[in-house]
Design a protein around this ligand. Structure first.
Ligand code: FDA
Length: 497
């Protein structure tokens, strides 16, 4: 629709984008959502929409000819393999000091994530978003986000008996024997469905190891929550395989949005321009930050302030595995949906998910993704010579996260008489310190924007995704991203329309 005008254009279809689109449409506004990834609604030759974690193919990675799996090795052997280049679901985006994993497609990160749906402990909230009224968040917006996302807790009695959480029960035993608080973590998986998977009465997804490259059945991604509601309004158009490259003030008011339509090998087919009265940046922390930094630095949006690009953090992510004794097996069948954590945030600065290693065989390993209190913050900047946006994060900054995670695992290893696995991230490498699943910040609330996500310098431009959150949420981030978006869009609809 070249030259066509819309009232509101939303860049990206993850959590922030879906909240914005749904609430605007419900308020009577016509919305155009633009998504660079695919729609993920059509089965492949194997009859499934999403590829399995154990057999990555062209659906699995965003424009790569070789997989880049978070766990690169097993028993010391590299496990990455060649795949056809395609606009697949998981982007392993490489910056000089860190690889940032992100979901690509209609539904954003909800397509690939582990579904752990955690609300930060209230006493930590002022460290997460100091300018936001905590009473409002905990009384209104967190409950709204949890309800819309379909968050639920595992049945503790089933947890205690099912084979597929033996690995998490081992995690609990080890945590408790060392005196750490063990907590159940809410998720967006359909627990009744998982029980039926275990009983063998329905097709398996969590129990078939599906996670990183999409989940075919039980996970309530945005495809099962916000997106059907968005479609039901009849006011929202979604354009997959369309990538926004510029947003510029338009002569007659509003903004001219430049969009490349791409094919599944990533080539541009045509370039379109749409004008919009209001533009919502919901391209994710990295996507939104890259766009805004480029537009400010190239003189397209010169009035964006100096906070744009700053305050980026990795939510303190660091991974590790522990080798268990032969009498302490974690089980060959492991649900791909983590549902338990070790909470040592207050005293050690680490919250560790007890994560699965769904290989289908007994590994005698416990695997963990820790979220840690890492104060380092990086900045995005425009690299004019290379024509791209760089990120200043340094791998060495993860040492703080390793130290925090060690407050848990050194103690457990000492108590259990066990050691760290050294074969999962390379040859003799204990820590997965090269990556994050939780990019946050780059257009921080109340700094790059006002306290509701309105970008300083340009009326009608908003940020409404993880870019608003200053680098850390103390737990997994998508519930906070959703709740903050619900808070902000309510204010924007009430005052700006
Ligand atoms: P999000 O990244 O979801 O969406 C942005 C969308 O914009 C994407 O679809 C992208 O393709 C699109 N886009 C980007 N640039 C664009 C452009 N220029 N034009 C058009 N479209 C563009 N969190 C959690 O709470 N619990 C968990 O268990 C996990 N687990 C997990 C596992 C893995 C492997 C990953 C990668 C991530 C997680 N996460 C997670 C993190 C969580 O998924 C993440 O924080 C949210 O998806 C971020 O939501 P946003 O709305 O900010 O962006």
């Amino acid at each position: 629709a070249d030259g066509a005008g819309v009232v509101a254009l939303v860049i990206g279809t993850g959590y922030g984008g879906c909240v914005a689109a749904l609430r605007l449409a419900q308020a009577g506004v016509d919305v155009h959502m633009v998504e660079m990834g695919m729609s993920w609604d059509t089965p492949g030759p194997d009859g499934k929409i999403f590829a399995n974690t154990t057999t990555p193919d062209q659906r699995s990675f965003w424009l790569r000819t070789r997989t880049k799996q978070p766990l690169s090795n097993f028993l010391g052997f590299p496990i990455d393999k060649a795949i056809p280049r395609c606009t697949g679901i998981l982007d392993a985006e490489e910056f000089s000091g860190i690889t940032v994993y992100q979901g690509r497609g209609v539904g954003g990160g909800s397509l690939v994530n582990g579904g752990m749906a955690v609300t930060p402990r209230r006493e930590h909230f002022s460290d997460v978003l100091s300018s936001v009224n905590a009473d409002e968040m905990y009384n209104v917006y967190y409950p709204r986000a949890n309800a819309e996302l379909g968050v639920g807790l595992i049945d503790p009695a089933w947890f205690d008996t099912t084979a597929c959480y033996q690995y998490a029960r081992v995690g609990r035993k080890h945590a408790q024997r060392s005196g750490f608080p063990f907590v159940f973590v809410p998720t967006v998986y359909d627990w009744n469905y998982m029980k039926q998977e275990a009983a063998g009465t329905v097709p398996k997804s969590a129990l078939a190891g599906e996670i990183l490259y999409g989940n075919n059945y039980g996970k309530k991604s945005l495809q099962k929550t916000y997106l059907p509601k968005i479609k039901a309004t009849g006011r929202v158009t979604i354009s997959p395989l369309h990538k926004v490259t510029s947003v510029a003030p338009a002569a007659g008011g509003g903004y001219a949005v430049t969009i490349d339509q791409i094919n599944t090998t990533g080539d541009t087919l045509t370039t379109k321009t749409v004008t919009a009265a209001k533009v919502f940046f919901a391209a994710g922390s990295v996507g939104t930050s890259k766009l805004l930094v480029k537009l400010r630095s190239t003189g397209v949006l010169p009035n964006l302030n100096n906070e744009v690009g700053k305050g980026w953090g990795d939510n303190g992510n660091v991974m590790c595995g522990r080798a268990n004794h032969l009498w302490d097996p974690t089980g060959p069948l492991q649900s791909s949906i983590p549902t338990a954590g070790i909470d040592n945030w207050a005293s050690g600065g680490a919250f560790a998910e007890v994560a699965p290693l769904p290989t289908g065989i007994e590994t005698y390993a416990s695997f963990y993704l820790s979220i840690t209190k890492n104060p380092n913050r990086a900045e995005f900047s425009w690299n004019a010579a290379a024509g791209k946006v760089d990120l200043s994060w340094q791998t060495a900054w993860k040492q703080t996260s390793i130290t925090a995670a060690k407050t848990i695992f050194d103690k457990i290893n000492a108590k259990e008489g066990t050691i760290y696995r050294t074969d999962l991230f390379g040859v003799y490498k204990i820590w997965g310190d090269h990556l994050t699943y939780h990019p946050l910040g780059g257009a921080v609330l109340n700094k790059a924007t006002d306290n509701y996500g309105r970008l300083h310098g340009y009326a009608g431009l908003y940020v409404i995704d993880g870019a608003l959150i200053p680098g850390n949420t103390s737990v997994n981030p998508f519930v906070t991203i959703t709740a903050l978006a619900e808070r902000n869009i309510e204010k924007i609809i009430a005052t700006d329309l």
